[in-house]
Design a protein around this ligand. Structure first.
Ligand code: ATP
Ligand code: MG
Ligand code: MG
Length: 351
């Protein structure tokens, strides 16, 4: 087919649409009304609610293949799209939308999340803090992103100061990590899997700040084990497209944090830093094209997010560094803690 439908209207969809256009595809987006920055790059964009079944049907009728850029698209909306048109398989979405389901699934796959307990009430939360210990983090099971819906518990006594949010949650122990990294892979319709190199990911206030290649030696030593888990996950889900798993590199090996059944912020560096970007390979995979090389093209790569009002002066980067690759997403309002763009710098090794 030649028309790609994307559920969700954020920057991931926008960058996916750019890659799709380069390969000659037409893109149609769908997301509820809002600051849908993917819309400008789409041939057509449906601004309708996730519960609008006629609109979803009209959207699907215009597409040959449908994917998503947002992992919290309600399953009920995804189920309105004929199953044969969807890539990846919606089972990946179902698993990743619930942190408890996701951790159990990863354990079944032989992976190791932080110690955790599912909690459904304030009493259960208090019990979990006793059993799992502190420090730890209470996270809503669903709908969290960029560190939203998370409360840190620094000591056993501190649990009283956290108000249970009244919805299904998971309490997990705070991992003492050396670094964070992600494994990003693409799997084709024929089952071929390719990995990009892993970057070291630094988070600030629960949100990705920078991704740097190469990562430290302590991360590098753990990538192979993490990749094997990611490949088993992709296989089990008969995944088609780009899949991301986040890890903590610890003294005892890689600890699974969470997965994203989509292109990922920690893969933005691949636009300039790799032979084929995560966005292009996602498009290739879902359209049944041969996958492109995921090889890193430079000795050093750094991606830095531009958050909140920093976007207002982001053009200064261009004057400071003629080789900086600036990406701005065109969001209308530079709210605090909002991802507005990113800048990637690539370089050859010195000497
Ligand atoms: P994303 O935008 O990546 O989807 P999210 O809201 O789903 O974010 P998490 O990935 O669960 O959030 O957590 C965000 C960050 O908070 C992590 O990358 C890490 O830096 C820190 N963090 C989360 N859980 C733990 C943990 N158990 N131990 C240590 N740090 C943690
Ligand atoms: Mg997440
Ligand atoms: Mg995360």
């Amino acid at each position: 087919g030649s028309t790609i439908g994307i559920l969700g209207g954020g920057q991931l969809g926008r960058m996916m649409a750019v890659a799709a256009a380069q390969l000659g595809y037409k893109v149609i987006g769908y997301a509820p009304a809002g600051d849908n920055v993917a819309a400008d790059l789409c041939h057509d964009f449906f601004e309708n609610g996730w519960g609008d079944k006629p609109a979803l049907a009209a959207f699907a009728a215009k597409c040959d293949v449908v994917t998503w850029e947002f992992e919290n698209v309600p399953l009920s909306a995804v189920e309105m799209i004929p199953a044969g048109m969807l890539a990846p398989d919606p089972r990946a979405l179902e698993t990743a939308q619930d942190r408890v389901k996701e951790k159990r699934f990863i354990e079944d796959m032989g992976g190791r999340p932080a110690a955790y307990m599912a909690v459904g009430s304030d009493d259960e939360f208090k019990q979990a803090v006793e059993r799992v210990g502190a420090p730890g983090i209470l996270k809503t099971a669903r709908d969290g992103y960029d560190g939203k819906g998370q409360w840190r518990v620094s000591s056993l006594r501190d649990a009283d100061s956290v108000r249970f949010p009244g919805k299904s949650c998971v309490y997990e122990s705070m991992v003492d990590f050396e670094a964070e990294f992600s494994v990003i892979l693409v799997r084709g319709t024929d089952g071929e899997v390719r990995f990009w190199d892993s970057t070291a990911n630094v988070h600030e206030e629960g949100m990705l700040a920078t991704s740097t290649y190469p990562p430290s030696a302590s991360v590098s030593a753990q990538i192979e084990e993490a990749r094997q888990l990611a490949a088993r996950v992709a296989e089990a889900l008969r995944y088609v497209g780009v899949l991301t798993l986040e890890f903590f590199a610890t003294a005892n090996g890689p600890v699974f944090n969470e997965m994203a059944p989509r292109v990922h912020n920690s893969g933005h560096w691949t636009i300039e830093g790799a032979a084929t970007s995560q966005f292009e390979n996602h498009v290739r995979a879902i359209c049944g094209l041969p996958l492109g090389s995921t090889a890193t093209r430079f000795a050093h790569v750094e991606m830095r997010n531009i958050v909140g009002e920093d976007a207002l002066t982001a053009h200064e980067i261009l004057a400071e560094d003629g080789e900086a690759h600036l990406h701005l997403y065109g969001k209308k309002e530079a709210r605090e803690g909002r991802k507005m763009g990113h800048v990637t710098r690539v370089g050859h090794a010195a000497g």
